[in-house]
Structure formats: structure tokens, C-alpha cells
Write a new protein. Structure first.
Length: 138
């Protein structure tokens, strides 16, 4: 009876996680140093969804994992005097950058908000149907 609410709730939780990850990516878009102070540019995270259960008994969606996006960072500007510039290799003299694409992250955030809203509306519709059914029975 509550399957539709389970589906909507799991969708809201999954989209909230997706929004959190997009927000973290945007917040760290300019983070070049790790917690030890070493040059280690932030790498964007991606949320991976999966069915709520592997055997199909539960309805909805779940966050399977949050992966680190290993795509290469675009090279920054050439500034060999910058302390964040690569010291050697093919990118020597170029300033390090993260692989966070702010346009992509903003679109991900917008999609997550819209999907969250759609799940809220579906849950509200389910509640209204349950309430109407109970009124008919009583």
C-alpha cells in the first residue's frame, strides 16, 4: 500500500545526496591543496544510483556510491612563478586546476532540485489518494 511513498521517499533522499555532492563540488572548485598543504587539486565527485534492492523486492532508488571523477583537469594558465604551478612534466609551469565544471555542477544541482520537487509532488498525490480512499471506506 505504501510502495508509492517508499519510491518517492527514496527518490528524495537520492536527489538530496546528488544536490549535496554538486554543492561540495562547487564549493571546492578552487581548492588546490589537500589537508596536508600539498598540491592536490580537488577532483569532482559523481553520484551513482541503483535500484533500491538487488533482488527487486524493495521499490525505489538508492545511492550506490559516490565516485571520484578521474577525468583530467584542464591545464590552467602558464605562470611558472606561481607556487601552485607544476614543477616538472609536460605541464611544467602551468597552474594546477580542478576538474570541476561549474556549468555542469549547476545543471546537476538544478536537475536534482527539480527531481526532488517531482518526488514531493508524487508523495503528496499518494497521500491525497490514501486519504480519499479512507473517506470512501468510512
Amino acid at each position: 500500500m505504501y510502495g508509492s511513498l517508499d519510491i518517492s521517499t527514496s527518490g528524495m533522499i537520492a536527489q538530496r545526496t546528488r544536490l549535496d555532492v554538486a554543492s561540495a563540488n562547487l564549493a571546492n572548485a578552487d581548492t588546490l591543496l589537500d589537508s596536508s598543504g600539498r598540491l592536490n587539486p580537488w577532483q569532482a565527485r559523481r553520484v551513482m544510483f541503483a535500484p533500491a534492492s538487488r533482488d527487486g523486492s524493495a521499490l525505489g532508488v538508492r545511492v550506490a556510491k559516490i565516485e571520484v571523477d578521474r577525468s583530467p583537469s584542464p591545464p590552467g594558465e602558464f605562470d611558472p612563478g606561481n607556487p601552485h604551478a607544476f614543477k616538472d612534466g609536460p605541464l611544467a609551469g602551468y597552474v594546477a586546476r580542478t576538474n570541476v565544471d561549474s556549468v555542469r555542477e549547476n545543471v546537476n544541482a538544478l536537475e536534482a532540485v527539480r527531481a526532488y520537487e517531482a518526488n514531493v509532488m508524487a508523495a503528496e498525490a499518494s497521500k491525497a489518494i490514501f486519504a480519499a480512499s479512507l473517506r470512501l471506506i468510512a
